[in-house]
Design a protein around this ligand. Structure first.
Ligand SMILES: O=C(O)CCC(=O)C(=O)O
Ligand SMILES: [Fe+2]
Length: 685
């Protein structure tokens, strides 16, 4: 049966992305299509196995009864067997939550649209692009791409549709529209369709909760067996409850539609009344009253319908809705109970939950959580606004070559930017030659154990030391001139891009190379450079950053100018104040500059370098003239003398005009996040 098993969607996705960067568009398209299909089929199998095993291995027994365990085991075996038949061993489809999230965000469609485009399949490209856009309306790159599609000849805009659309959204929206223009018959048809589909999607979502279990983040070691069962079960109930929210949230929207399900019945009773179907009008207002029994205006409406259409004997609220409400309330009751006794948090997705079901203590907890959520949302909005303001303020670049690759928004932070093309390929090579001099040659060179990790060597070179080495003939001068110039170039870019209020001085420049020690990488878990902020002492526990010594508090901006990419690991990454939550990763490559403000808003670190050698120019800038790098001046003077006395080293400020590293060479690197990788090839669109 091996061949008939479903291929894991994450592997197909990875293969598709890989082919994408090898420029094999048809291969990429095929893999991505299969990945999306596999993703859908996997869900279908899981849902159908749940349904099947609910029938074949029911769970209507009590815990005190030994047969409870019997039933649990049978259910578990039924599911395992059912899924194994179609999917193979369970481990085949263990997918990381990162990939799950990418599929939820419809990321594969972004690759797919570009692949279709390359293959000249314009209608398919447009459909995929639109599908990605619907879930990512803020995404700058896809907006730009869609703009380009708009200008193309022969693309069929009228037929473009969302390939992932859940069926009820269209029906719901049309139902609303017809209702608003008083076309009640059509409205009824659409809303009934929507309702049917909504409950089907809800059932699916709830069934999937039983299939997969979120990993517990905190694992108490001394938990008793009942606590574990309780914890697990509450988690399951919360997952099922959250489905209401998921169903009511349109793709690309942050918040669900308020009262999504009850509102159907509200619209329906009026619509049925408008077409004089008294029985249906009464049925739907009664159904609405199941959610809001004390809604006075609904009660009044019911009276009016009874007067207008006569007593409708035998007309009752919809049975499936009554059952749904009962089930949901039962679940909520258990969760509320758990909130009182266990450390459980919960956000009720429904507005209709009757107050009397909730104890005062739980009400307080719910209120506190709602408040917390609101504050989080406000904070998010504030950050978003700040970012938008920053975007508007962002200054021009002082040179032709460099261009912004990722801005603060794309890097999920503030005062961050990644530029490419700050150095050309030959320039990087020339600077790298400075670092290649044998260890121990001259006192300026230090190749030693890294101060941060026992798994790497670490070599640093300041500008002045470099110049002195040149004086001794140990290194070539053009590289040093470039080393100095690169710092100045970066300074001007940072000053201009961030539109700093006063001018910036370079306060320190360092050429830093980190070399993986061979044979010392197995099982390594540490970083090349632990998470820190550059001008304050990070306190992840307190989520604060203390701007006081021993931190270099005069540093205002930091920059890392990458020189090479022929090593493994070594990505620069940013985190939240907790020093754990990664917000952005930057893959080094020649000429790429990562610049950011030096404070607590930009904690960062460097991933382990697990093979080869990673070299960068690390730069810090300051507004304070007293902290301007004194060595730089001295180095300049010395260097000028050296250059004059040894003209055979070539022209003074050697500027190469050789082409930049090609985009494909960058793209082939594995570590760049897929989103960034799409960006890098996007300009070819
Ligand atoms: O090398 C890097 O990417 C960053 C190094 C760094 O953060 C530092 O030296 O402060
Ligand atoms: Fe740093």
């Amino acid at each position: 049966a091996m061949q008939s098993w479903l291929q894991p969607f994450d592997l197909l996705y990875t293969a598709g992305v890989q082919a994408f960067f090898q420029g094999d568009w048809s291969q990429s398209r095929d893999y991505l299509q299969r990945a999306l299909l596999s993703y859908t089929l996997l869900r279908q199998v899981k849902v159908s196995c749940q349904a099947q095993c609910q029938r074949e291995a029911p769970l209507h027994v009590w815990l005190k009864d030994l047969s409870f365990m019997d039933a649990v085991l049978q259910r578990s075996e039924c599911l395992e067997h059912c899924e194994r038949l179609q999917l193979g061993p369970p481990t085949r489809h263990k997918v990381s939550s990162a990939v799950h999230k990418e599929f939820k965000r419809r990321e594969p469609y972004n690759f797919l649209q570009a692949a279709y485009f390359k293959l000249g399949q314009m209608d398919a490209a447009l459909a995929a692009a639109h599908t990605f856009f619907v879930a990512n309306p803020q995404h700058a790159q896809i907006r730009e791409d869609l703009g380009k599609y708009r200008n193309l000849q022969g693309v069929h805009w009228d037929s473009v549709r969302d390939l992932e659309a859940l069926p009820y959204w269209k029906a719901y929206e049309e139902g609303m529209h017809h209702y608003n223009v008083q076309n009640y018959t059509q409205s009824i048809l659409r809303l009934e369709t929507s309702l049917k589909e909504v409950f089907m999607s809800l059932d699916e979502c709830r069934a999937l909760c039983e299939g997969t279990q979120e990993e517990e983040t905190h694992t108490e070691t001394q938990q008793k067996v009942y606590e574990i069962i309780a914890g697990w079960y509450v988690q399951l109930l919360k997952c099922k409850q959250a489905c209401v929210k998921e169903i009511a949230t349109k793709p690309g929207q942050k918040y669900p539609i308020h009262d999504f399900i009850p509102s159907h019945f509200h619209l329906l009773h009026s619509a049925y009344a408008a077409v004089n179907d008294g029985a249906a009008a009464v049925e739907n207002i009664l159904t609405y009253l199941l959610f809001y029994p004390r809604d006075d205006s609904a009660q009044e409406k019911l009276q009016q319908y009874r007067e207008r259409f006569g007593e409708k004997e035998g007309v009752r609220a919809r049975e499936n809705v009554r059952a749904y409400i009962q089930q949901s309330l039962g679940e909520k009751r258990l969760i509320f109970y758990a909130m009182e006794s266990l450390d459980v948090s919960f956000e009720d997705p429904d507005a209709w939950t009757p107050e009397e079901n909730i104890s005062e203590a739980v009400k307080d907890k719910l209120r506190a959580e709602k408040q917390k959520r609101r504050e989080e949302e406000q904070e998010e909005e504030r950050v978003e606004e700040e970012r938008a303001a920053e975007e508007e303020q962002r200054g021009p670049l002082p040179f032709e070559g460099p261009r912004v690759t990722l801005d603060s928004r794309q890097l999920n932070g503030s005062h961050r930017v990644v530029l490419d093309g700050v150095l050309t390929w030959p320039e990087c090579q020339e600077i790298l030659r400075l670092a290649r001099t044998p260890a121990g040659s001259g006192d300026g060179h230090q190749e030693r154990r890294s101060p941060h990790t026992p798994h790497e060597h670490y070599k640093s070179l300041s500008v002045l030391k470099a110049v002195k080495l040149a004086g001794e003939g140990a290194v070539a001068t053009p590289g040093i001139r470039l080393f100095l110039d690169a710092g100045e170039r970066s300074r001007r870019i940072v000053e201009s891009y961030f539109r700093t209020e006063t001018s910036l001085f370079v306060s320190y420049t360092q050429l830093v190379c980190r070399t993986a020690l061979e044979g010392k990488q197995d099982g390594r878990v540490d970083l090349s450079h632990p998470v820190h902020a550059d001008n304050c002492v990070l306190d992840p526990e307190g989520r604060e950053c203390w701007k006081e010594p021993p931190a270099y508090i005069h540093r205002d901006y930091s920059a890392v100018l990458f020189l090479n990419d022929d090593f493994e690991g070594g990505d620069l990454f940013f985190t939240d104040l907790d020093a754990i939550t990664t917000t952005a990763e930057v893959r080094p490559t020649c000429g790429r500059l990562a610049a950011f403000s030096s404070g607590g808003e930009n904690p960062h670190g460097v991933r382990a370098v697990t093979s080869g050698r990673r070299c960068v120019i690390a730069l810090w800038f300051t507004h304070s003239s007293e902290h301007a790098e004194k060595e730089r001046k001295e180095a300049e003077q010395l260097l000028t003398q050296t250059e004059i006395s040894s003209p055979q080293e070539g022209s003074t400020s050697q500027r190469s005009s050789a082409p930049h590293e090609t985009k494909n060479a960058q793209g082939r690197k594995q570590r760049v996040s897929p989103t960034e990788r799409v960006r890098l090839t996007r300009e070819e669109l």
